[in-house]
Design a protein around this ligand. Sequence first.
Ligand SMILES: Cc1ncc(C[n+]2csc(CCOP(=O)(O)OP(=O)(O)O)c2C)c(N)n1
Length: 439
Amino acid sequence: MAVLRGSWSTISALRRGLFCLKRHKLQPATCFRAFSTDLDEEQPAFPGSRSKWTEKLEFVQPDLYDGIPVYRVMNRKGEIIDPAQDPKLDEETCTKMYQRMTLLNTMDRIMYESQRQGRISFYMTNYGEEGTHIGSAAALDEHDLVYGQYREAGVLMWRGFPLDRFMNQCYGNEGDMGKGRQMPVHYGSTEHRFVTISSPLATQMPQAVGSAYAFKRAQNGLCVICYFGEGTSSEGDAHAAFNFSATLECPVIFFCRNNGYAISTPTSEQYRGDGVAARGPAYGIATIRVDGNDVFAVYNATKAARHIVTSENRPVLIEAMTYRIGHHSTSDDSSAYRSVDEVRHWDSTQHPIARLRAHMVSKGYWDEAKEKQWKDDCKRQVMQSFARAERRQKPAWKAMFTDVYDNLPPHLKEQYEYMEAHVKEYEDHYPVKNFAKEG
Ligand SMILES: Cc1ncc(C[n+]2csc(CCOP(=O)(O)OP(=O)(O)O)c2C)c(N)n1
């Protein structure tokens, strides 16, 4: 082998080659060629590239290819297109999927209305994206760690986070684990392996990679899933997370919900490339684009992704194409930037819930009678939970100070004493009876 000629430089080339061999699981011939001076003429040996020489002066054009295809299992009517792709989920699993998707939908309706009536300060609905939540959550191990953005309540719902805890958090009452210190929909639960939501976009992404690296070191066979919107993928932190996950070879699934809008900014104004998926290969990340309104396609893709990330210790990127049917949040009015017809189209022809229901009806898993009974039951559950949350007191104001540090620092102690005196003096001006006494 030409590369073995010479002395010291050869040995170091060999060591580099062996390292490269191990790292990239390459065959010796492929690997050593990269360090052979003789063969440099045939193939460039620059560190960090895998290309061939060319004498054509040509720019790589972004529209060279048709775009990454969208993987699907069902058509719009809920029919399986290729039987080999049917996940063959049993009646119980399909029913659980359908019930969680519709429960989420019902909770969204009631909470959205309650915000409009001034009962809670803020809310974000998940309309149209139910398939991305339930399909992915169902394919994970319940101990896998979830980092969400804010529009992934269905993942928590799949894991059994009770309705009362959703409501308590949105009401910021004394039953809220965060004691009212976060905005509504900023859920978190250690028990359900769901890291508390952070408002600043992409915060969760480098953090998810850090957790995945820890999982890799612990060799616990688990993975991390990190959800984010396509708008968030433009944040610097998203790029840092992608690159770190690939270079550190971390078991993390990046799950992008591409719902067409970052508040009022449509995807056509967010990027010029082939969506978010096209960035995956550029970072050395295995990537798939999937129909996010097809719960089975999301399930299959996430299951396969989980297998790759846990067995090979490397990241995977899933771009789930979907559509945000609701407004961005209760602070938004989407009729200002998109047409009612556009929304109606997605709602009436592409809805993930309707698609799953059509499939279940064809299998004999679901019918009109079950639908009616479940609808009533679902609404009753949500209304009862909502009424319970509304009746509960607000957390004790003292918890603002006492439930942060183990030992209260002097500057907070001073503020605490000031507030205590203030509330006492102006007791009649504050709704103190609505607040618990002790935190
Ligand atoms: C760092 C940062 N910049 C801006 C915002 C304001 N903001 C909140 S949500 C949002 C749009 C995010 O869009 P996307 O990631 O596509 O998620 P979607 O809301 O569509 O689910 C923006 C700009 C923020 N929360 N954090």
